[in-house]
Design a protein around this ligand. Sequence first.
Ligand SMILES: [Zn+2]
Length: 1159
Amino acid sequence: MWQDMNKPKMAAEKSASRVLMLLSQLERLNEEPKVSDNDAIRQITGKILHLIQTQEKTRKEVGSKSSGGMEIILSSLENTQDLQTTLNILAILNELLTVGGGRRTGVFVSKGGTAILLQLLVSSSKDPPANEELMLHIHSLLVKVGPKDRKFGVKARLNGALNVTLNLVKHNLQNYKLLLPCLQVLRVYSSNLVNAVSLGKSGALEIMFEIIGPFSKKSTTLPKVALDTLASLLKSGMNARRAVDRGYLPTLLAIYHDWHRNDTRHRHVVIRKSILGCIKNLTNIKLGRKAFIDANGMRILYNTSTECLPVRTLDPLVNTSSLIMRKCFPKNRLPLPTIKSVFHHPLQHIPAGGPVAQLYNQPPGVDDVVDESDENEATEVDTENDTEYDEDETGHKSQNDDIETDINKLRPIQMGTRPFDELRAYEYFCREFSENFEDDDFESPRSVIPPSSVNSERHRPIIIPTTPSPLGPQNRRPLREDLLTPKSNESPLELDSISISKRPEGTSDPDLVSSLGRLALDAGVNGGSADGSQDEGGEQSVLEVPDTAALLPLHDPDLYLEIVKSTCSVPAYTEVAYPDYFGHVALHLREPILERVYGVQRTKIFQDIERLIHPSDILDKVVYDLDNQSCPVIDNGESLKFNSKFESGNLRKAIQVRKFEYDLILNSDINSNHYHQWFYFEVGNMRPGVRYRFNIINCEKSNSQFNYGMQVLMYSVQDAINGSPHWVRTGSDICYYKNNFSRSSIAAGGQKGKSYFTLTFTVTFQHKDDVCYFAYHYPYTYSMLKMHLEKLSALRTAQIYYRQDDLCETLGGNSCPLLTITAMPGSSSNDHISQFRSRPVVFLSSRVHPGETNSSWVMKGTLEYLMSCSPQAQSLRESYVFKIIPMLNPDGVINGNHRCSLSGEDLNRQWQNPNAELHPTIYHAKSLLQYLRATGRTPLVFCDYHGHSRKKNVFMYGCSIKETVWQTNVNTSTSTCELHEDLGYRTLPKLLSQMAPAFSLSSCSFVVERSKEATARVVVWREIGVQRSYTMESTLCGCDQGKYKGLQIGTSELEEMGAQFCLALLRLRRFTSPLELHNHNSHLLDMENDLIDTRSIPNITSPTTYVLEEDEPAFLEEVDYSAESNDENDPDLEPELQDNHALPDPSSDSEFSRQDSLN
Ligand SMILES: [Zn+2]
């Protein structure tokens, strides 16, 4: 019994040792090769083969690294001249590598097996006809080995194996048994581009076309391998051209259509996908795209895709088809006479070499035409291989390049500081420090600005219809009769024709209100009840505008109109947008981040493709056009009416493409030809209950939060009048994708990103004849700021020191307000005055980028907090002197720019060397900071508020020399130890993360980037010496952490952020004191360090610690596009010159997933 149980085991051990014995015999024979040994070797290898075929244990023993079996076998293979021995050994290897997978193959490769096999292949083919069994064995092995050997392609080429295999394929087209492994090896060869070119020259393409045939149920393995080989071959531009010349594109389309038609049960989706893979690679070249269009490829792929759409498993086909169609969709220029901004602002002098000079020195006509030279083969790689996200990818690459590595550029500098005599003028903006505060200063609020340049008698109560009015009906103001609306709302207001307009210049009576015309918000002011309708009809006949003044303490429609009159815009706007006039009351409703609907992008793209396929369905009717004064033409009532001729508006053109679909084009920033992102426009004449699709077709960023749940903002005038004066997140089917419009590289300033992107959204209007406004984000105009400041100044109490100066005049003739806010000294006593004068300065600014309106809302929150009467606010005012420039770029804001000032430049790139004429606000802001430094009042904190279009939450960028050095090179850690750096820069963000729900510490970064060296944050840090110098970025979308997780951000959250910033400053105060700070005493800073846990700092490895761009980081958050991928990552098309041997495993799907391509 006992013996019986052990018998098999004994036998196994015995045989295992037998194989080792055989191996050692073989090894001896290898060492002293004699012809007479042939028989012995043949026998031994035969025995080993037998053992291996029957016992897994033997396979393990021979295949293991320690046994040395692989070396011995390979050595025999290399040495033997005997065919039977060779076949034995190849069979042994096939057994070994078939089971046991990658590890044994790895051993095989590492022992030089690939080269031995290839040499055997070549030498055996020297005397044809080659032994078929031998060839079969060799190729079966090569199929297994090739994908595991990174140098396989090169080795095969250098050994001259390519043509051997190719010839075998050529001569064995009917020999399925041999053909398949040879073809599989060919596929592996051709994944190397140099090989692909070589094989192409030897006729590989033609042979593949002999194997790929029309639909057949018989064998699909062979055509599949042939198609994959063909697809690899076609990655070479040279092969692709050859294939197009031979007319293979129409053939492939026909084959695809044939399979599509016959494969009704979708059993051969892989084959169909492979055919598309070939077409995809063919259309990488211009010639291929032309052939595709000529062969009616658009219609074929469109129709087949439409038929595939209902079957989810066919998505890969639809997606690849969509990718091909988009690629082949003819590139178009935007339908504009020029992409230069429609409005021009003449500059006093145009700096040579600046962007404006560049723009205006371009010969007319080249600025926007799609440059044909872009399409030539040499630059094709750039144009056609760039996909929606590759800008991000290249951004990723340059990310590390952008970190400042020059330690001298990270150290503080003194240069650039102007002589004090020049700075003395700025004493005017700091006169609080020299004031003596006479006793009567403490009795009444110091009058800063007369309460209003507005006649207060004009102020009229406005009544909200939804709430009972505390004022009598006698106070209600009627509308003109033709605008009256019955309560039932059966016949809604005709708001479409209303405009609030200023009187033309030179009119003697500039009374705005009387010229309100058809809005007639206040008909009673001049002529009393001129319409004779006052009270007539009671409730029913009164149009009541929302009492936003009651809900919005800083809002006053009359004051707004008054201020608008003195706001200078380049287009000389005479209209006012309703939302700015009525005001926006924050919606107290959760507005969740929109969940993306599956396939939305695909659907939209197919609708776009339909334009090409069914051109007769396209209306192409221009309904709004700033370039053409005679537009719009006669209205037939079938089109929406657009308008954006008001402050911050920037719609340039609207084209009705289908009955309920409009293409919209935004104006460029003034004196520039791009920067399209911000938008603000009005729509009227809508039909309720209809789904309207809007496409903004000249967006430029390669990605947008609109792909991640952000919605556009809409304001309905009807709703406002009915008591809901809100900007509301709205729109469905929102997505953002690359379209077929592009501009020339010259116009793009040599940039790579020449394609435009479409933001599309769909809206259903609720009311008939409403007037609705759409905006990128909650608008905040310059006039609104002025109104808010005027209202804020009225909040002064005897305790508050509030002063508003004009820092300078802008290029557009507007003033740039500078605020000074602090607490009045307790009295005029020396102690109080001395305490007052020792308060550290906090310097805040905002809205250097006009499109980042959220930064203004945060600033509004800060200002309101600073002017509030809470004890904490008073304590804060007693702690600091606030110097605030709430709008660094008034002209940009007024004129609807997204990024620039009237000089056509990004002002936040001018801080290093601002020009007094071209960048006055930056020049004077910097000078003021230099003055403060020169007088020993270097600010404790500097913070510039911004908005972020591609990240969620609110976060900060700061400056740390150590963290920058750590990021660039860990090896320099020894030298960084010598750097002394106070970690106080981390305190404020840390406090904010504890206090402000929208704030996310993990998104903060303290790395100094080269591309940011001219930004406010970096310059104020280096040149002014402000250690706590920040950019604070607020999301335009929403939050993915904290209390507001999953919600889009609204104005109340933004304002809250501004208030929390103040509270954090108050807490910061506890860690610092003016005396200590001035003396640089380290004691309290130690306390700060405790708070921020310095021990954790050197271990910062979080990827979010470093974020490339302050405004649009290359960091791309995860989004599931996999099903809609249209940017499969093709390697460069023309790398024939270089040996590209490190291609991915060709046995796997050659198309990477999006995530792979990004990481
Ligand atoms: Zn910004």
